[in-house]
Design a protein around this ligand. Structure first.
Ligand code: ATP
Length: 257
């Protein structure tokens, strides 16, 4: 995936401002930035849900604007709050995942095969949801919802997986469970390229390889996580003096006293 000079303008505001960014096969990216930095806007473009005002975007070898996005979308798994909000509360967990095979939220009209059902079951099992297959999505805890959404995003066996704030609203144990599962996914060579958006360094799973840091629509820094995630770039990204700690592939940042 290649972004060149990507800009999104709404009214007088530049939601994204000349962003250059490349994600290659096998890479696991974290996108960091304060509220309003443009992370979700960037993910909407990567997921072919939004077109930039200017700049060029190529995703999986196809240039946005010159390709039918409906051909691309099955190759891109997306989990986001906006997508979750479209899932009917009464929809059963298994169906939430199975229907991803059709790029549709809601299973009306769609006939699906046993094969799809088996794949959805396997994914839900992998994500710790096998005892909740028949539960309505609306009755799940936040952690269960997030895991269901990730299983759904993986259903089409995508080449790119975009997780927009998968840790939002999780309690401490739930977050740690998710981080562990995402670390396992990151370590899986067969897994797609992954892009994970977060505000919190504690949510970065071990094994993630790169970081993009955004501020006010601009890329402050991007590159391999070991050298790019440093205190100078954190200060520039969040506008705060933060002390960074890295240990065993996990990160924390707190205000310097
Ligand atoms: N249609 C729009 N018109 C004007 N401004 C918009 C529009 N959509 C988003 N914005 C603004 O663009 C900025 C970037 O939004 P975006 O959701 O991409 O940020 P974010 O980094 O994902 O933020 P958060 O961490 O709070 O989710 C925000 O200030 C938002 O209010």
């Amino acid at each position: 995936m290649d972004f060149a000079e990507v800009t999104v303008v709404r009214g007088r505001k530049r939601l994204l401002d000349g962003v250059d960014w490349s994600v290659s096969e096998g890479e696991r990216w974290v996108v960091l930035g304060a509220n309003g930095a443009g992370k979700t806007t960037l993910m909407q473009i990567a997921a072919t849900r939004l077109h930039p005002t200017s700049g060029t975007v190529s995703i999986l070898g196809e240039t946005l604007g010159r390709v039918d996005v409906f051909d691309l979308r099955p190759l891109i798994g997306l989990s986001s709050a906006a997508l979750a909000a479209q899932i009917p509360a009464g929809e059963k967990v298994l169906d939430v995942v199975v229907t991803a095979a059709y790029g549709a939220t809601g299973r009306w009209r769609e006939q699906y095969e046993r094969l799809d059902e088996r794949r959805a079951f396997g994914l839900l099992h992998d994500w710790g949801m096998s005892t909740l297959l028949n539960r309505p999505f609306g009755s799940l805890s936040e952690g269960e919802r997030k895991r269901t959404q990730i299983a759904r995003a993986l259903m089409t066996d995508p080449e790119l997986l975009i997780l927009d704030e998968p840790g939002a609203g999780l309690d401490l144990a739930g977050r740690e469970d998710l981080v562990r599962r995402l670390a396992d996914l990151a370590a899986d060579e067969a897994a797609p390229a992954i892009v994970l958006v977060t505000h919190h360094l504690e949510e970065i799973p071990p094994g993630f390889t790169h970081v993009l840091m955004l501020r006010e629509g601009q890329a402050v820094a991007s590159g391999p996580i070991g050298e790019t995630l440093n205190e100078a770039n954190l200060a520039a990204t969040f506008g705060a003096d933060l002390k960074l700690t890295a240990s065993n592939g996990r990160y924390t940042a707190v205000a310097r006293a």
